[in-house]
Design a protein around this ligand. Sequence first.
Ligand SMILES: NC(=O)c1ccc[n+]([C@@H]2O[C@H](COP(=O)([O-])OP(=O)(O)OC[C@H]3O[C@@H](n4cnc5c(N)ncnc54)[C@H](OP(=O)(O)O)[C@@H]3O)[C@@H](O)[C@H]2O)c1
Length: 230
Amino acid sequence: MKVAVVTGASRGIGRTIAEMLAEEGYSLALGARNVEELEKLTEGLETEVFYHYLDVSRPESVDDFASRVLWRFGGVDLVVANAGVGYFGRLEEIRDEDFERMLQVNTLGLWRTVKAFLPSLRERRGAVVAVTSDVSARVFPGGGAYVATKWAARALVRTFQMENPEVRFLELRPGAVDTYFAGSGPGKPKEHGFLKPEDVAEALRCLLKLPPDVRVEELMLRSIYQRPEY
Ligand SMILES: NC(=O)c1ccc[n+]([C@@H]2O[C@H](COP(=O)([O-])OP(=O)(O)OC[C@H]3O[C@@H](n4cnc5c(N)ncnc54)[C@H](OP(=O)(O)O)[C@@H]3O)[C@@H](O)[C@H]2O)c1
C-alpha cells in the first residue's frame, strides 16, 4: 500500500486532500498543530492513518514528525506539502512578525518538509505535491509579502526537482479557495470566485492516476468566476 504524508491536514485543502487520498487507498501520515482536528478526521477515514503534532515552522518538530512517520511506515511514496498561512497588507504596512511567520511556514516549512522525506522519496521514486498558489508567479497590491513567500516556494520546488530527477515534483497552484485561510471561514459562494477544496482534491486525484513516468510539473486552477490574471 502506498503511503502519503499531508501537512496542514487539520482543515481546508490539506484535510480534503487527505480524505481523497484515503479513498484512493493510500495509508496516511497527517501533520498539523491542531491534533484534536487530526484525530476527528482520522475517525472518519477507512485507511491506516498515523497523525501527529507538526509545526513546520520549527525544524525539530519537522524532524520529529518525519522520523515517527518513517519508523511507522518504513518509507513514503507521496508528500503533500500543504501547510500555509496568509497575512495581507501593503508592503509598508505588513508587520514584521507576520512576514516572518509566512516565511517560516510557507517557504522554510515547505523546504524542511520535503528535505526530511527526500531520502525515502528518492528510494521509492516517489512524488511531492507542493501547494503554493496561483500567486507564486504573479503579484498584486496588498499581497506582496505572502506572494514573495510563494514565489520563493516555487523556486525551491523547481530547484528540488532539478537536484532530484528521480522524484516527481508537482507545484499545485490553486486560485482562491473557500477555506479558513487568512482568518476567514468556509461558506464563500463560488460566484465570488472561490473554488471548493474538493475541486482542488479532485484535480489532484486525476493527476495521480497518470502513469508513473509522466511528470506533471505544475497545475494552476481557478474558479471561472476568478478574474484571469498572470
Ligand atoms: N485558500 C486559498 O484561497 C488558497 C489559495 C491558494 C493557495 N492556498 C494555499 O493552500 C494551503 C492550505 O491553505 P488552506 O486554504 O487550506 O487554509 P486553512 O484552511 O487555513 O488551512 C491551513 C492548514 O495549514 C496548517 N498550518 C498552518 N500553520 C502551520 C504550521 N506552522 N505547521 C503545520 N501546519 C500548519 C493548518 O493547521 P494547524 O493550524 O492545525 O497547524 C491548516 O491545516 C496553504 O499553503 C495556502 O497558502 C490557499
